[in-house]
Design a protein around this ligand. Structure first.
Ligand SMILES: Nc1ncnc2c1ncn2[C@@H]1O[C@H](COP(=O)(O)OP(=O)(O)OP(=O)(O)O)[C@@H](O)[C@H]1O
Ligand SMILES: [Mg+2]
Length: 399
């Protein structure tokens, strides 16, 4: 039998990992001003002083996490060279869906020696966890930087941010010094904190702006050299990824994703060069993926209602009233073997929610005295993208 994989080599990628999310870039490009501000905010650590609290703001994919990791490595390197600096311990935690207790528990488990039992998941309070955390910090001693990534997703954040900065002045910490680095893409995060927390934090604020096309091109070119086989891409393909991502979100993640997907498409087609056409195809594929994920996050009934509106859109019946949507939705639900929701009210609730999430647009109509005011809905995305996504989601659920 022939070996189907025999002789298969990649003509495109030399090291594809360089374009992936978990790759730590060894250089940070186009962030000189942010790095300098970061350096100033951190320099106390080098002189053996208490670190400042630092908050980093910026939209998704603009380098907040990457730059923070880079700065922490650089700081650690300097600390080791300087006598006046205390030993530095950097503790990273992604707060997504976590609580103050869970965060402390994660830190405690990192700090405890390998043969010590893990801190219990349940049964103790946040103050028990704080007490254990402080005693570990003092026992280990030195400077501790707590990086709380996606801090706006942390439940009961006030309790942590009130206690930790005051730990030394309240006598909970004697040996150890501690600073918090909070990372968030919600610029209003600070407003959500209680006044007394704002008063104790005294944080330094750094803001990362979206990248423009030139900056993205620099970042991508650097990565592309490592990721691709020599001559396996044209410069205009890089520029196109940069331009597309700059126009949309200014996210380096989005730009890297386009380039990597473009490479995949070229490879799948058996082509030996990534060109503009591959990037355009990648854009469609990435968008489809994004739509699919967004739809997958909706409840089954919300998905069926969305599919119904996509059908109405296709047969050019939109904009359409909720009553009509309801009857199409009932057919769609029956088609997929689901019992439809029976009240118009619950369909309307889903419509409002879908509108709020950007799936639909809504217009208010007024028929004067006869009909009164009512809403009409239409799809705010490509109907085909909805059908494709729905079909894939249904296929996944049956396999
Ligand atoms: N200036 C840069 N130089 C090199 N690579 C970068 C730069 N900025 C971002 N990247 C890369 O882009 C991707 C996204 O960056 P990062 O994860 O730091 O974004 P973020 O701001 O933390 O986004 P999120 O808010 O979604 O967590 C990563 O792969 C990162 O390595
Ligand atoms: Mg991040």
């Amino acid at each position: 039998m022939n070996d189907p994989f025999e002789g298969l080599t990649s003509q495109i990628f030399d090291n594809k990992h360089v374009l992936e999310e978990d790759y730590d870039p060894e250089t940070i490009l186009e962030r000189e001003a942010e790095i300098e501000a970061y350096r100033n905010a951190l320099k106390d650590v080098l002189f053996g002083r208490s670190p400042s609290n630092i908050f980093i703001y910026g939209k998704t994919g603009v380098g907040k996490t990457a730059v923070t990791r880079y700065m922490m490595d650089a700081l650690q390197y300097q600390v080791e060279k300087r006598d006046e600096a205390d030993r530095l311990h950097v503790l990273f935690h992604n707060c997504n869906n976590d609580s103050a207790y869970g965060t402390l528990r994660a830190f405690i488990n990192t700090l405890r020696s390998d043969d010590a039992p893990t801190f219990p998941k349940k049964g103790l309070s946040t103050s028990d966890a704080l007490e254990e955390f402080y005693s570990l910090l003092d026992e280990i001693s030195g400077t501790f930087l707590l990086v709380l990534d996606e801090i706006d997703h942390l439940a009961k954040v006030n309790s942590l941010l009130y206690e930790i900065p005051r730990a030394r002045s309240n006598g909970h910490l004697d040996q150890a010094k501690i600073g918090v680095i909070g990372i968030s893409n919600n610029y209003r995060f600070r407003d959500s904190l209680s006044p007394k927390v704002k008063g104790t934090l005294m944080e330094k604020e750094l803001s990362f702006s979206p990248y423009d096309a030139d900056e993205l091109r620099t970042i991508l070119s650097h990565r592309a050299e490592k990721a691709f086989v020599e001559d396996a891409y044209v410069q205009s393909a890089i520029a196109l990824c940069a331009a597309k991502a700059a126009q949309d979100t200014g996210s380096a993640r989005q730009a890297l994703d386009l380039l990597s997907t473009g490479g995949d498409i070229a490879e799948d087609n058996g082509d030996d060069t990534v060109t503009d056409d591959h990037i355009l195809a990648a854009e469609t594929r990435v968008q489809r993926g994004r739509v699919r994920n967004k739809i997958r996050d909706q409840t089954p009934h919300a998905q069926l209602i969305l599919e119904a509106i996509a059908q109405l859109e296709e047969s050019q019946e939109t904009p359409v009233r909720s009553k009509t949507i309801q009857s199409t939705y009932e057919q769609v639900a029956t088609y997929w073997g689901t019992d439809p929701l029976s009240s118009l009210r619950s369909v309307q609730d889903h419509l409002s929610e879908l509108k709020m999430l950007g799936f639909l647009s809504r217009t208010e109509r007024n028929d004067g005295r006869a009909g009164g005011a009512y809403y009409e809905y239409e799809l705010a995305m490509d109907a085909d993208a909805v059908f494709t996504a729905r079909k894939e989601i249904e296929e996944e659920s049956t396999t």
